[in-house]
Write a protein that binds this ligand. Structure first.
Ligand code: PEP
Ligand code: MG
Length: 568
């Protein structure tokens, strides 16, 4: 049995598909059989072309023509006699290994493109490196299957999965995944929960003991992976899967019900989404609204910045699907562990403390304004609320609101319709914002507490680092005190407060959050009905009494125990 972090609940049983770690390190070697080396290179190019053709077809089918074009450009490069010829010449003239000739030639070319004063050309540098890495992997015999092309049921084992890897997952084939790094709130975990497949993350180096085709039990509830289980364990787990299924079936009774306590305190249980498809899934699973639309996933699924029109269409579709229910759309939160290949950010020592979210948007007003204009234009199609992420001070909020005003002014001049009264809120996910939430509350319509980041910044614990994941704790008294303070400060100004971090769906904490007065709980779609069931079985007055007592406790363990003993 291998232990990791429980990142998405549920159980899966299937064979392991082990993704090899990408190693693009290349060592120069002198070769005497340089003709044969050149042949080896040409064969790798042919194999690369075959792979690309198949990827183009499947991408076209699943993700559309535009995405397929990226791979068409890669294929074009491998068909280019100048590019391939330059590498062959190097192998033959310098008598070096193919990997080295490929890497150095591609790097020279990529650096040349990067130096050009043209965004489009600069982005081609990434394509050259991509193609070069593909051929290097073939030469080294280290190819991975494309996740979108997986044909048989499996559990993916990998060092890490990028958001674009997870975006390709077909849950009928990929029954779950386990990774070496990452934690409860890394984005691969968030996506696993939104698709509804189990995931165990942050396993560490022990993950390397799992071999291709090992039979695995992935237990997302307990954060464990069992490799080649005996018959008894296998049968036990099959029994558990059946019980899980029955439990889920039982939750359906809450689908149309209100999120209301036994003594009539009504709150909202909403869903976090990352795409238009997720919105439909949210409604089908009983969400009363969207508490967080992570728009960066819209940007990640493209190979260039989405235009105003594309964004407008996506936001409009979500708003229309929600039929007047509240939809909080968060402006772009790129940076940290979320990257856009076409918008390179300089390497940073601390990306989570760096050029991220609103900081990037206030710096790149062109990107920010395109999104705000799209949002404003969509605002007439439903109950839209705009939310700014990573606000750390009042000045940033004012600047962001000023850009929004600028966009409104432009639309007025262009005689384009929008809702002038669209609500504007901020995420409280940085301790500095929580501490001055009294002043921030005066200048917003709502707050949404982003506990995923609030925890990492309050406790100074990287949400991605499994070595310190023991500190990443939903019950941390300092974090809970900040949350309590934020809710009080917002209510004093008559503003409502939601929570869209993963904590909102934690059953054990719902009584305390309810007692603090939280108005809206937004979570992964798969947790919505369970949370509603919990709320409907609680008394608000009892929950309120928990707060002063819990706030006096000094450790997470004490708070956890107190809640367990007090709430039956
Ligand atoms: C959060 O930080 O709690 C949050 C919801 O945002 P994200 O997880 O996208 O950083
Ligand atoms: Mg966040």
């Amino acid at each position: 049995m291998i232990k990791g972090i429980s990142a998405s609940s549920g159980i899966a049983i299937a064979k392991a598909l082990v993704l090899k770690e990408e190693d693009n390190e290349v060592i120069k070697k002198d070769v005497t059989q340089y003709e044969a080396e050149n042949e080896r290179f040409k064969e790798a190019v042919e194999k690369g072309k075959k792979q690309l053709k198949s990827t183009i077809n499947s991408t076209m089918e699943k993700l559309g023509e535009e995405k397929a074009k990226i791979f068409e450009a890669h294929l074009f490069m491998l068909d280019d006699p100048e590019f391939v010829g330059a590498i062959s010449s190097k192998i033959l003239a310098e008598k070096v290994n193919a990997e080295y000739a490929l890497k150095t030639t591609s790097e020279e070319l990529a650096s040349m493109f990067e130096a050009l004063d043209n965004d489009y050309m600069r982005e081609r540098a990434a394509d050259i490196r991509d193609v070069s890495n593909r051929i290097t992997r073939i030469l080294k015999g280290e190819e991975n299957p494309s996740i979108g092309d997986i044909k048989e049921e499996c559990i993916i084992i990998a060092k890490d999965l990028t958001p674009s890897d997870t975006a390709q997952i077909d849950k009928k084939k990929v029954l779950g995944f386990a990774t070496e790094i990452g934690g409860v709130t890394s984005h691969s975990a968030i996506i696993a929960r939104s698709i509804g497949i189990p995931a165990v993350l942050g396993i560490g180096k022990e993950i390397n003991t799992i071999k291709e085709n090992d039979l695995l039990i992935l237990d997302g509830d307990n954060g464990i992976v069992i490799v080649n289980p005996d018959d008894e364990t296998l049968n036990n787990y099959k029994g558990k899967m059946l019980k899980d299924w029955e439990f889920k079936k039982n939750l359906i009774q809450y689908k149309e019900a209100e999120s209301i306590t036994l003594d009539n305190r009504k709150v909202e249980v909403a869903a976090n989404i990352g795409s238009v498809t997720d919105a439909l899934n949210a409604i089908n699973n009983g969400a009363e609204g969207i508490g967080l639309f992570r728009t960066e996933f819209l940007y990640m699924s493209k190979d260039e910045l989405p235009s105003e029109k594309e964004q407008f269409n996506a936001y409009k579709e979500v708003l229309e699907k929600l039929k007047g229910k509240p939809v909080i759309i968060r402006t772009l939160d790129i940076g940290g562990d979320k990257k856009l290949p076409y918008l390179p950010i300089e390497q940073e020592l601390n990306p989570f403390l760096g050029y991220r979210a609103i900081r990037l948007c206030l710096d790149r007003k062109d990107i920010f304004k395109t999104q705000l204009r799209a949002l404003l234009r969509a605002s007439v199609y439903g109950n839209l609320k705009i939310m700014f992420p990573m606000i750390s001070n009042l000045q940033e909020l004012r600047e962001a609101k000023a850009v929004l005003e600028e966009c409104k002014e432009e639309l007025r001049k262009e005689k384009i319709d929008f809702n002038d009264k669209v609500e504007v809120g901020i995420m409280i996910e940085i301790p500095s914002a929580a501490i001055i939430s009294d002043v921030l509350a005066k200048e917003v319509d709502f707050f949404s507490i982003g506990t995923n980041d609030l925890i990492q910044y309050t406790i100074a614990v990287d949400r991605m680092n499994e070595k310190v994941s023991y500190l990443y704790d939903f019950f941390n008294p300092a974090v809970l005190r900040l949350i309590n303070m934020v809710i009080d400060n917002a209510h004093k100004e008559g503003k409502y407060v939601g929570m869209c971090g993963e904590m909102a769906g934690k059953t054990e904490l719902i009584p305390l959050l309810l007692g603090m007065g939280l108005d809206e709980f937004s979570m992964s779609v798969s947790s919505v009905l369970k949370a509603r069931g919990t709320i409907r079985n609680l008394k608000y007055e009892d929950c309120r009494k928990l707060v002063p007592k819990a706030m006096k406790l000094g450790t997470s363990m004490e708070i956890k125990k107190f809640l367990k003993d007090s709430v039956k």
